[in-house]
Design a protein around this ligand. Structure first.
Ligand SMILES: NC(=O)c1ccc[n+]([C@@H]2O[C@H](COP(=O)([O-])OP(=O)(O)OC[C@H]3O[C@@H](n4cnc5c(N)ncnc54)[C@H](O)[C@@H]3O)[C@@H](O)[C@H]2O)c1
Length: 458
């Protein structure tokens, strides 16, 4: 196995940097250092932690241009979306700093014989294994609540964004956090796997594919270590017969191509009843045709390059296999000529079970359109998936849509008449093979704490 990795600019295919990987001994030492840091970090007050998180928010904002440039170079993020990600991360820091103390406060509960205290205590070093698609956000969303709770953390980032891993460590240092409270480790997946077994790693939070997530959970489970899994999905956006089609088209297009189509919680399957199929699909295709594929630095670009060649090749194989099995490609469908890993906005119709476009996650700007008999059939199809992260319902009857979201949609999140990414104050996470556990909104902060009951007899 190579002891270094190269990062590559997906727009130019040029090498950006070479990073030397830590070997297993060095990685184990880093975990011991994080454990050492934990012994004093856990004793800091919530007020001190909160003040440092406010500084982190300011630091992130002050380094916004550096962060966004790196996102563009390493994974092809569109510039304006990079700035949105930076703002979201600063907001997560501030939300956690402002609300964390209350979310972690002791609770008093009477019992037969006395008054108990329920206390939220940190547990130690948390290993984060994260993907590349929101390379700052995914790290901030798990590390900041954990650090607020008194844990320390080591990160294994995706190889293609090692520059971002390095920069994030700098941000924590610049904000004034004590040494080793946060560390980015340049390690392979194999070394990350071995760290799960390290005695001082007390929990593992993984965001990425369901295939790797299952292995990570199995490995951690063999040692009774808790995991949080934020995995992929094939979110269904259901356009009901009474939907306002302009609203639906706008949100569905945005939800499909945001982040170059490389978003876990995004519109991937569009389920449309027969009665409105031609009208919706015609307008959707027209909007998709108008999207600009190109330079992620340009303000005119809607879809930038895909992050890696292997990901583009996989997407194209999934499109080709779906077409071979009967899907109709009514837009796009072939990679653009290089340099750069550019895949155009693509529409597949006649998508049916047994096709990758129906069964699996297509992680790129490809829309899978499925025709339903009626509204009821559309909801059935929406749930006909092994995944359950997010979803969407479009209807002019908001009350009915909310009821369907509440009782019928088998997912962790549902959009009604719109499309939204994560919010600091709202729980984020999935069901079924999209994983378990929740980030944000006061829930993430309690994932890796010891909820301790202290019985105080009267
Ligand atoms: N639910 C969410 O919040 C969320 C958010 C973003 C992305 N995702 C999902 O992530 C996937 C895309 O990311 P990806 O392709 O980089 O995922 P991936 O599973 O290939 O990689 C994720 C991370 O795991 C590491 N890794 C790979 N093999 C490993 C192993 N054997 N042991 C330990 N670590 C290992 C990778 O280096 C990377 O850091 C998509 O399925 C997407 O939907 C989910």
């Amino acid at each position: 196995m190579s002891d270094s990795v190269e990062t590559i600019n997906p727009a130019t295919e040029k090498t950006l940097q070479t990073y030397r990987l830590l070997d297993e001994n060095q990685a184990q030492q880093a975990v011991d250092d994080a454990h050492q840091a934990f012994t004093s970090w856990r004793k800091t007050s919530l007020k001190e932690r909160s003040a440092l998180l406010h500084k982190l928010a300011d630091t992130i904002e002050s380094r916004a241009d550096d962060i966004v440039e790196l996102m563009i170079d390493e994974m092809g993020k569109i510039k304006a979306q990079g700035h949105q990600e930076v703002e979201l991360c600063a907001a997560i820091c501030r939300y956690t700093a402002d609300n964390g103390p209350e979310q972690l406060e002791d609770e008093k509960r009477p019992y037969d014989g006395g008054n108990a205290i329920v206390s939220y205590q940190p547990i130690g070093v948390i290993l984060g294994i994260q993907p590349w698609n929101f390379p700052l956000y995914q790290v901030i969303r798990y590390s900041v609540p954990n650090i607020m709770a008194g844990n320390t953390t080591v990160l294994k980032h995706a190889d293609n964004v090692f520059g971002m891993a390095k920069l994030i460590q700098e941000l924590f240092e610049q904000a004034g956090f004590p040494k080793n409270v946060y560390q980015s480790l340049m390690i392979s997946g194999k070394t990350a796997s071995s760290l799960i077994q390290h005695d001082n790693v007390r929990g593992v939070t993984f965001t990425g594919s369901d295939a790797v997530g299952k292995k990570v959970a199995e490995n951690a489970g063999s040692q009774s270590k808790k995991t949080v899994l934020e995995l992929g999905s094939n979110d269904a956006f259901v356009v009901l017969e009474d939907a306002d089609l302009d609203t639906a088209v706008e949100a569905c297009v945005q939800g499909r191509v945001i982040n170059n189509g490389e978003t876990c919680v995004s519109a991937k399957r569009f389920i449309v009843p027969d009665a409105i199929y031609d009208k919706f699909v015609g307008a959707f295709r027209e909007a998709f045709e108008g999207l600009t594929l190109g330079d992620p630095r340009s303000d005119d670009t809607d879809i930038g390059p895909m992050a890696r060649k292997d990901l583009m090749d996989k997407l194209h194989d999934q499109v080709t296999e779906s077409i071979d099995k009967g899907a109709l490609c009514t837009l796009g469908g072939e990679p653009a000529s290089g340099p750069g890993y550019y895949y155009p906005g693509t529409i597949l119709e006649n998508v049916t079970p047994g096709m990758p476009a129906y069964d699996d996650e297509l992680f790129g700007p490809v829309a899978s359109i499925i025709r339903a008999k009626d509204d009821e059939d559309a909801m059935r199809i929406a749930n006909d998936s092994r995944y359950g992260l997010g979803g969407g319902i479009f209807s002019s009857n908001e009350e009915r849509a909310i009821e369907l979201a509440r009782t019928e949609f088998d997912t962790g999140m549902v959009n009604i008449n719109g499309y939204s990414l994560a919010q600091p104050n709202l729980p984020f996470g999935g069901v079924k093979e999209s994983g378990y556990g929740r980030e944000h909104g006061g829930f993430g902060i309690r994932e890796f704490v010891n909820i301790k009951t202290i019985f105080v007899a009267e």
